[in-house]
Design a binder for this molecule. Structure first.
Ligand SMILES: [Zn+2]
Length: 201
């Protein structure tokens, strides 16, 4: 029985970890919900538009020089040592016009659509991906909020946080899993409940 328990607990730990940051180790399942929260956010704020790609590049350089970027960059290297070799992201204009995408990134280069992507928020979104969050899960949103707070303002950060909250999207620290004993107690409690309910069927 003990072996069975530890196997079940290991499965629980794995599932728990995946749930904490959807997109990192499994499907980027919170992408659309995150986009929807962002659209609501963008309706409520006054986003800065860049006149051309040069202005966007200039702004990115300011971001890279900031303390906030340095701190977030360092944190991303702690999670992934290979990132120490990466430089700051390049910002370029998208080669082809896109009807659906204002920007995208491979983690090293940010491509912005010259028509719809030349805005501060679009750039901050893509730069957040470059900080080691190549998905739209919890850690992405947590870092994005820090970027918005530092480079747009505290009022903007509050609005975005509120939109995440309304969609039930987590943006804080990852929750710690239950210890083995607590997990086992909870599992047994559930089993007993199920048994009890079964009697009245
Ligand atoms: Zn994205």
């Amino acid at each position: 029985m003990a072996n069975y328990d530890s196997l079940q607990y290991a499965t629980y730990l794995l599932k728990h970890e995946q749930k904490q940051n959807r997109g990192e180790k499994c499907k980027d399942s919170e992408r659309l919900k995150t986009y929807r929260a962002e659209w609501m956010f963008q309706r409520q704020i006054d986003d800065t538009k860049f006149a051309d790609i040069k202005e966007a590049q200039k702004f990115a350089k300011r971001v890279y020089k900031s303390k906030k970027w340095g701190k977030l960059w360092k944190a991303s290297c702690e999670n992934n040592m290979t990132r120490l070799l990466a430089g700051t992201p390049r910002v370029v204009a998208m080669q082809r016009r896109s009807k659906t995408m204002s920007g995208y990134t491979d983690g090293m280069t940010v491509s912005l659509c010259p028509i719809s992507g030349l805005s501060k928020y679009t750039l901050l979104h893509e730069l957040t991906h470059c900080l080691g969050h190549m998905h739209h899960g919890r850690s992405f949103r947590q870092t994005l909020l820090e970027m918005v707070g530092a480079f747009m303002g505290t009022a903007e950060k509050k609005i975005l946080k509120n939109e995440f909250k309304r969609k039930g999207l987590a943006y804080g620290n990852a929750r710690k899993p239950l210890t083995f004993n607590k997990w086992k107690a909870a599992r047994d409690r559930m089993a007993k409940l199920r048994e009890k309910n079964g009697k009245f069927k």
